[in-house]
Design a protein around this ligand. Structure first.
Ligand code: UD1
Length: 420
């Protein structure tokens, strides 16, 4: 079991480069299956979810190579439907395996896989994905933990999503790019990773317009071509380092990013007293004490991302006064609060709201990452705390952060990973 040891109290100072977005890469990797031939992907994060995807692609017959600089080539010319049943194990391990369903349905018109796994942060249904597949003409059976989607052919249609869902938007887009005719997706997610997957598909020859707005239109094409593509910078990793800078009274410049993707986080950090200075492709965050209290509500983009409420909760623990977070996306995302309370925080959770009464300091102790973003929150809490913290549940952090321990060490943190 791996653990991360952090002794708090060090200011983070310096520069950090951000790699490609997990949530974009997880949509683009399966999309390479739609482009018969060799795609070259740059800026691919080295995280465990990507490794599961690589394994799935290889098992399906793709030739995948990776280099240390984050470039990945995926040659899908020999992929056939014969090996779909061999990727069941990986499908169960991760939430984003649902993209295999849309992609393989679009490609082979028949796919049967286990329902996806992933972090336990709420019910996480896939009814909107299924609604979209059915609208395209597929029959979808759910039986004994499996989803079986099949069709003679897929035909473009109109889909109104009842909830704004990143996964459903990307998945139905993946299913629709090779369908006959035009698909209109309404009430879609507008996250930067949704736009990035659409950009990849368009570069490969798809006809998608409207990504980044509430309505996406997809005119089906007969085939996609292999392309080279650079994955967009990770909005959530960027936000995590922004919060870490503010938490440690630091001065950190975060490079290779799109500052506009961070507008909601920059706004909240400014409200809490930090300085955020934007440049063309970087952000500098300068922390100031004391931190001021604030309120935030998680919402689909461009609202405040649910993936960053846990790191923000850590800041609220020591802000001077009362702060609150209302979580509107996932009902089970306050499990991390119990760990903060162990460190001396004063937090009360009632329904989907957590109220933080600021304390003078957090104190290091053994703490556990309860999911991926809670893991990031634990690291930030430990950086801020007095004394040493031992963080377990590192496998969750590995799902989404490429090199977080080294990045923070380079910024001056007293942090070490121990793998046993
Ligand atoms: C994606 C991200 C995750 C992020 C989340 C919200 C990936 C791989 N993961 O997760 O990091 O926290 O977006 O930004 O990109 N819902 C339904 N029915 C559905 C689908 C979703 O009711 O069919 C609900 C969910 O329960 C949730 C909300 O819609 O309440 C948003 O979920 P969604 O955007 O789909 O999240 P994921 O795609 O799972």
């Amino acid at each position: 079991m791996s653990k991360i040891l952090v002794t708090g109290g060090k200011r983070l100072v310096g520069e950090v480069n951000i790699v490609g977005a997990k949530n974009a890469a997880l949509g683009i990797l399966p999309a390479t299956l739609l482009c018969k031939g060799e795609c070259v992907l740059e800026n691919v994060p080295d995280i465990s979810d990507m490794r599961h995807y690589e394994t799935m692609l290889r098992k399906l017959g793709a030739n995948v190579t990776k280099s240390a600089d984050g470039t990945m080539t995926v040659d899908t010319k020999d992929v056939t439907p014969d090996a779909i049943s061999e990727i069941e194990e990986e499908s169960r391990m991760m939430r984003a395996s649902y993209y295999m369903i849309g992609t393989l349905l679009g490609l082979f018109k028949d796919v049967r896989l286990p329902l996806p796994g992933g972090c336990d942060i709420g019910a996480r249904p896939i009814d909107q994905h299924i609604k979209g597949f059915k609208a395209l003409g597929a029959t979808v059976d759910l039986k004994e933990g499996y989803i079986h989607a099949y069709a003679d052919k897929l035909v473009g249609s109109r889909v109104y999503f009842d909830v704004v869902s990143v996964g459903a938007t990307i998945n139905v887009m993946l299913g629709a790019v090779l369908a006959e005719g035009t698909t209109t997706l309404e009430n879609v997610a507008k996250e930067p990773h949704v736009v990035d997957v659409a950009n990849f598909l368009n570069k490969a020859g798809a006809k998608i317009v409207g990504a980044g707005t509430d309505v996406i239109k997809i005119t089906g094409v007969k085939r996609l071509n292999p392309v080279s593509y650079c994955v967009v910078a990770d909005q959530i990793t960027t936000g995590t380092y922004m919060v870490a800078a503010a938490a440690t009274n630091g001065d950190v410049t975060i490079r290779n990013i799109i500052p506009e993707h961070l507008d909601s986080i920059s706004a909240k950090l400014r409200e809490m007293g930090a300085e955020v200075i934007e440049d063309y492709d970087s952000l500098r965050v300068i922390g100031h004490t004391p931190l001021l209290p604030t309120k935030l509500k998680t919402l689909p983009y461009p609202g405040f991302p649910t993936d960053l409420q846990q790191p923000m909760g850590v800041l609220m623990c020591v802000a001077k006064g009362q702060s609150a977070i209302t979580e509107t996306i996932f009902e089970n995302r306050f499990k991390y609060v119990d760990e903060l309370v162990k460190m001396g925080a004063s937090v009360i959770v009632a329904g989907n709201t957590a109220v933080f009464n600021g304390v003078d300091k957090l104190t290091g102790c053994p703490i556990r990452a309860t999911d991926l973003r809670a893991g990031a929150a634990m690291i930030i809490a430990a950086l801020m705390a007095e004394g040493t913290s031992e963080i377990t549940g590192v496998e969750f952090i590995d799902r989404g952060y490429d090199n977080i321990v080294n990045d923070l060490k380079n910024l001056g943190a007293d942090i070490e990973r121990i793998d046993s």
